[in-house]
Design a protein around this ligand. Structure first.
Ligand SMILES: C[S@@+](CC[C@H](N)C(=O)[O-])C[C@H]1O[C@@H](n2cnc3c(N)ncnc32)[C@H](O)[C@@H]1O
Length: 402
């Protein structure tokens, strides 16, 4: 046990200090706090620790609303007030882009923040026999929960009902995903040894799958964005924060409203949301996505929305990207790992006039912009608080060819 003074936060919202001449990361500690710490992990170059007692408290520290905050670990920054959380995220993006991407002169816009609780339209619960709950971060220790404050209230009503339902069964649950759309359509995707009679107790749910078989209702649930309809299937990606997703998509739409009639490549297109939303301003759009549920959904929605200038390709971006030519503009929205070398090299060869890079990890965004900056000016980086109460932050970045 020793007392330390925290100087700042790292990108995972851990307090930074020095112990034994090494950098030390203290979970749940805030800048300018003095705390007593317990070392949990010591490596050659760094130390990880927990704050066992806060001796001098930050004036921005607040009481976390969630009773599971300390045990669950899904949220990282609920003990910091909202304004400080947004400043932390802005500074994180600035630091990573400027220092890591060596893009000192790029100005980053003020973060757009929104509702900080009840925003998620998807919750994954894990199971242990007939108990359900969340896994403690980086473990498979089950934390039973009555609700998750990040999730839509209707999801929490379903969690409560599921808890009560399973208490009376001898089912063996592996995982349950609950999804809801802005049209209030709900889906349960259940894995495990679960009796089909659950569908009687949950007959109000629009779609229930057990072990990949549809046992109740329809195959997909419907979402609507800017008057276009999208179908969400059990295994396909869909943005989890509806309000912030619309802000993000509208940034992309605004760009193509101002730059009409382009041939656009939409890489990592998911269910084709971006491609369909921009299609009326484009000459053509081609989407590439690895998830077959997402591509099935994209093709069906294209027909339902009467869109004829889009084509979707199923496969990995890195395997498909060589087949394209005459591309004026590229949208990329990769997973956290960012772009692989072959994809970046091919994007540079395709030489589009603009690239819109949507990223959920500013560290890999900074790395990739560090390569793309050789040929492209970074016109704009817009951080969006897509995941309040966690250290994650989304960015939309517009690049134009020099
Ligand atoms: C962040 S999501 C973006 C989806 C979409 N743009 C949206 O807004 O809904 C990333 C998507 O990339 C897909 N993906 C992951 N790795 C891929 C790869 N190597 N090639 C193609 N798609 C990939 C995932 O299945 C997921 O749908």
């Amino acid at each position: 046990m020793e007392n330390v003074k925290i100087t700042s936060l790292d990108s995972f919202a851990r307090g930074i200090t020095k112990v034994k001449d090494k950098i030390c990361f203290v979970s749940h500690a805030l800048p300018l706090e003095t705390c007593e710490i317990k070392i949990t992990n010591e490596k050659k170059n760094y130390i990880e620790a927990e704050a066992t007692k806060i001796i001098e408290e930050s004036k921005y520290r607040i009481m976390p609303l969630c009773p599971y905050y300390e045990s669950c670990g899904g949220c990282h920054i609920m003990h910091y007030d909202r304004q400080s959380e947004l400043i932390f995220k802005e500074e994180k993006v600035n630091d990573l882009i400027h220092k890591f991407g060596k893009l000192d002169s790029v100005r980053i816009k003020d973060i757009i923040g929104g509702q900080d609780y009840f925003y998620r339209n998807k919750l994954t619960l894990h199971g242990n026999k007939n108990n359900i709950g969340l896994y403690k971060e980086k473990t498979n220790k089950l934390i039973r929960v009555k609700e998750c404050l990040l999730c839509n209230e209707k999801i929490n009503e379903i969690v409560d009902r599921l808890n009560k339902y399973f208490e009376k069964t001898s089912d063996n649950i592996d995982e349950i995903v609950i999804r809801i759309t802005s049209l209030n359509e709900t889906m349960l995707v259940i894995k495990g040894n679960v009796n089909e009679s659950i569908k009687e107790a949950f007959s109000d749910i629009n779609s229930i799958y057990i072990n990949n078989n549809l046992v109740l209702g329809k195959e997909s649930i419907t979402e609507v964005i800017n008057e276009l309809f999208f179908e969400i299937y059990p295994n396909s990606f869909f943005q989890v924060n509806y309000e912030m997703m619309k802000i993000m998509y509208n940034k992309v739409i605004d760009y193509y409203k101002d730059h009409k009639d382009l041939n656009v490549l939409d890489l990592y297109c998911g269910t084709g949301t971006i491609g369909m939303l921009i299609s009326k301003y484009c000459k053509s759009v081609v989407g590439v996505e690895v998830n077959s549920d997402a591509i099935t959904s994209a093709n069906r929605c294209m027909k339902r929305n009467n869109i004829s200038n889009i084509k979707f390709h199923l496969g990995k971006v890195e395997d498909k990207i060589d087949m394209f030519s005459n591309i004026d503009s590229i949208v990329v929205d990769p997973p956290r790992a960012g772009l692989d070398k072959h994809t970046i090299d091919t994007i540079l060869k395709l030489n589009p006039t603009s690239i819109i890079y949507i990223s959920c990890d500013p560290a890999t965004l900074a790395r990739d912009l560090g390569v793309l900056k050789e040929n492209y000016n970074i016109k704009e980086i817009q951080p969006i608080d897509m995941f309040p109460n966690t250290y994650h932050v989304e960015n939309v970045c517009i690049l134009e060819r020099r």
